[in-house]
Design a protein around this ligand. Structure first.
Ligand code: UDP
Ligand code: MG
Length: 144
């Protein structure tokens, strides 16, 4: 079993989550799990920036629909810090497809489809590093 490390990860309340009034609920679940919010803001992506964020999926059939969805309204990206933060956020979010997500996860409780699934969370240390830097500079993070 690997050593548990203090990590930083990027989470996003997606446009559907903001529209449904779930910003506070999502942050509450992360904080209740002991994760610390060290940066947070509300922005709206354009297609170029949404596509850049999801560049690993650019050849997937769902890519253009995903970009349309992610530019459809404001989003709330945040940086979370804590022991094993990357896996913790993934566990709290649940599976990509809400039909396959475990009970008590954000996606099981609130997502309407595999695309409109309320939250994003980085899936590994390398992607977390890229994704945190995509939205936040060092000066915008308040570790404690
Ligand atoms: N997505 C989709 N259809 C799919 C798979 C993914 O619309 O068949 C969307 C969905 O919003 C998902 C995002 O693309 O959250 C990124 O996909 P990924 O496989 O990385 O899932 P995640 O890491 O968000 O669970
Ligand atoms: Mg992913």
């Amino acid at each position: 079993m690997g050593k548990v490390m203090t990590e930083r990860t990027l989470a996003i309340v997606k446009p559907d989550g903001v529209q449904k009034g779930l910003v506070g609920e999502v942050v509450r679940r992360f904080e209740a799990a002991g994760l610390r919010v060290i940066a947070l803001k509300m922005i709206r992506l354009d297609a170029e920036r949404a596509g850049g964020f999801y560049h690993v999926h650019r050849e997937r059939p769902f890519f253009s629909s995903l970009v349309t969805f992610m530019t459809s309204g404001p989003i709330v990206p945040m940086v979370l810090e804590g022991e094993g933060a990357i896996a913790a956020v993934r566990r709290i979010m649940g599976a990509t497809d809400p039909a396959k997500a475990d009970p008590g996860t954000i996606r099981k409780d609130f997502a309407s489809s595999i695309e409109r699934n309320i939250v994003h969370g980085s899936d590994a240390p390398a992607t977390a590093s890229f994704e945190v830097g995509y939205f936040f500079s060092a000066l915008e993070m308040q570790p404690r």
